[in-house]
Design a protein around this ligand. Structure first.
Ligand code: HEM
Length: 171
């Protein structure tokens, strides 16, 4: 079973390592250029939407981190044409979230909240096409984070495989 899983994942490795097309990357970078100058407002809207969806999440947010969070997401946006390069950071981020008290189920809630935030902030500049791409980005990122931070047996193999491929590529 383990061998079969590893073989399947190895076959899928090229798609897993570069899950986003050039066009999707351009779309994300274009949106992000519009968000970055308004990072404080973006954070404010995100918190408002998030706490409206689940008020008890308010307890997890201790400090004003609008700059750290926007900067870090900017780093992810910059690195998304090569997932293995940003993988160690994404994994570190995933573990930090466990310490912040974030549960796996919270990722399902935060995705639509994040999309709604982009819509509220950017209005008609955020198109239906952009929404499809951002949904995909969130699905991939949150998938990598949750599979690392809340692992099951097959995701431990996946994680090991991604790290091995990443090391071989950078050697
Ligand atoms: C793809 C998904 C996510 C990404 C990329 C992301 C990104 C980040 C980043 C970059 C930080 C700043 C970390 C630092 O201190 O350096 C952060 C903090 C935080 N995130 Fe997330 N996050 C994600 C999902 C979530 C979810 C689902 C929740 C739960 C509702 C959450 C709650 C928090 C909390 C509580 C903090 C700490 C804020 C504070 O100390 O005030 N995040 N996140």
């Amino acid at each position: 079973m383990l061998i079969l899983t590893s073989f399947t994942l190895l076959n899928k490795a090229p798609t897993l390592l570069r899950p986003f097309s050039k066009k999707e990357i351009q779309t994300v970078r274009r949106t992000w250029r519009l968000v970055e100058p308004q990072n404080e407002r973006a954070t404010e809207i995100f918190y408002r939407n998030l706490f409206a969806a689940k008020p008890e999440l308010r307890l997890l947010f201790k400090r004003d981190k609008s700059h750290t969070i926007t900067e870090a997401i900017g780093r992810l946006v910059d690195g998304m044409d090569n997932l293995p390069d940003i993988l160690p950071y994404v994994q570190k981020l995933a573990v930090m979230h466990v310490h912040f008290g974030v549960k796996k189920a919270d990722y399902k809630l935060a995705g639509p909240v994040f999309i709604k935030t982009l819509k509220d902030l950017l209005g008609s500049e955020f198109t239906a096409g952009d929404e499809i791409v951002w949904n995909k980005i969130y699905r991939v990122l949150s998938g990598v984070m949750t599979s690392y931070a809340y692992p099951q047996r097959h995701t431990i193999v996946f994680s090991w495989l991604m790290q091995t491929v990443s090391k071989v590529r950078s050697a």
